[in-house]
Design a protein around this ligand. Structure first.
Ligand code: 8ID
Ligand code: ZN
Ligand code: ZN
Length: 353
């Protein structure tokens, strides 16, 4: 698909703005930001709505959030850039990720673990994000989206896609092994099923309700467990996977579900923590974990290489983002529906409406 660069950049634009956490979300005119010497100015055409946007807005996490504009799955076109930017052209398709920028100078950046940088600048958290028509992004970290991509569908890859792809790499499984996706029908989960299938794993999906069961099976899950109906989840998972999954990708917003995953994972298996419910703790029973020799690992978005690899699966048609497009002005509705667990796949905001 082709998107054109506007002839002139306006002084003001539409955005979803909030003064501080939990304050009203206002659809209003704000100034178009100016890119720093190292930044791009991106005309954001579409932005996914991630559950992380809600956590930040509600102040769920021990993190200093200073942004007034949420959003970190922005897909659009480069319309201007600072004088020190290299490797980008006006008209290129660019993506805004959760990691907007990092210091590139610490021990973590040095080894390509830029999301773990202590000086990380985060879109929609410490840097105004993609719920606006024009946004700035660090030129080193902005994602290069292939030409002719459908930008509405590419948007969710920039957080949900790269995050689950990296989490699957972290689980370090072999083709033919079982992976359990807990929280499988949501934005991250619906993509995790597809990446896992493309990587050759067998998928057991867990989520709630019959509609979500049909949905996850249509995406490639071989088995489904409905957590709202199943009384003994641990036993049901072990039974469905003939002894427990070799890996678990926890993308639910449920502390209980994460704790269960430690109990049902197969001996020598890997439990990957991704979802970030407020104040959650995972308790690991020492005896069973030692005897089973399980690993519990955290996984946090992905670096530039993970992002390019995740986008490549998308560009080659191996994963398809399941999206519902609504106007930017309707962002508060998207928040309500996500909070109520009513979204299958991702809601994507069209910034022109
Ligand atoms: O880098 C990271 N670690 C990262 C990146 C992006 C997002 C972490 N996240 C976090 C978000 O902050 C959020 O906490 O991942 C979590 C999931 O984000 P999402 O996919 O955007 O949320 P969603 O679309 O609401 O999906 C959540 C799914 O979990 C299901 C819901 O039904 C929904 O489909 N779920 C819940 I809530 N409780 C469940 C349970 N007990 C459950 N599924 C199974 N068992
Ligand atoms: Zn996200
Ligand atoms: Zn750093």
């Amino acid at each position: 698909m082709s998107y054109t660069v506007p002839k002139t950049i306006p002084k003001t634009q539409k955005a979803i703005w909030f003064d501080k956490p939990n304050a009203p979300l206002e659809y209003k005119d704000i100034d178009v930001p100016k890119p720093k010497p190292t930044e791009l100015l991106i005309k954001v055409l579409y932005s996914g709505v991630c559950h992380t946007d809600i956590h930040v807005y509600q102040n769920d996490w021990p993190i200093e959030a200073s942004a007034n504009v949420s959003g970190h799955e922005g897909a659009g076109v480069v319309v201007a850039m600072g004088e020190n930017v290299k490797g980008w052209e006006i008209g290129d398709y660019a993506g805004i990720k959760w990691l907007n920028g990092s210091c590139m100078n610490c021990e973590f950046c040095e080894q390509g673990a830029e999301p773990n940088c202590p000086h990380a600048d985060l879109s929609g958290c410490t840097h105004n994000g993609s719920f606006q028509q024009y946004a700035t992004a660090d030129a080193v970290q902005a994602a290069k989206i292939p030409k002719n991509a459908d930008l509405a569908k590419a948007a969710p890859i920039l957080c949900a896609g790269v995050t689950v792809y990296k989490a699957l790499k972290t689980a370090d499984l072999l083709a033919g092994q079982w992976v359990c996706i807990s929280g499988a029908a949501g934005g991250l989960g619906s993509l995790a099923i597809q990446y896992a299938t493309a990587m050759g794993y067998r998928v057991l999906a867990i989520d709630g309700g019959e509609d979500k069961g049909k949905y996850v099976k249509s995406l490639g899950a071989e088995a489904y467990i409905d957590y709202t109906k199943e009384k003994d989840i641990v036993e049901a998972v072990k039974k469905a996977t003939d002894g427990g999954p070799h890996g678990v990708i926890n993308v639910s917003v449920s502390e209980q579900a994460m704790n269960q995953s430690v109990d049902y994972v197969r001996p020598l298996g890997k439990v990957v923590l991704v979802g970030l419910p407020e104040n959650a703790k995972v308790t690991v029973p020492v005896f069973e974990s030692v005897i089973k020799s399980v690993q519990v690992k955290g996984s946090y978005v992905g670096n530039r290489k993970d992002t390019q690899e995740a986008l490549d699966f998308f560009a080659r048609g191996k994963v398809d983002c399941q999206i519902r497009i609504i106007g930017l002005s309707e962002a508060p509705k998207a928040f309500d529906q996500l909070k109520a667990g009513k979204v299958m796949g991702r809601i994507v905001l069209d910034t022109s409406k």
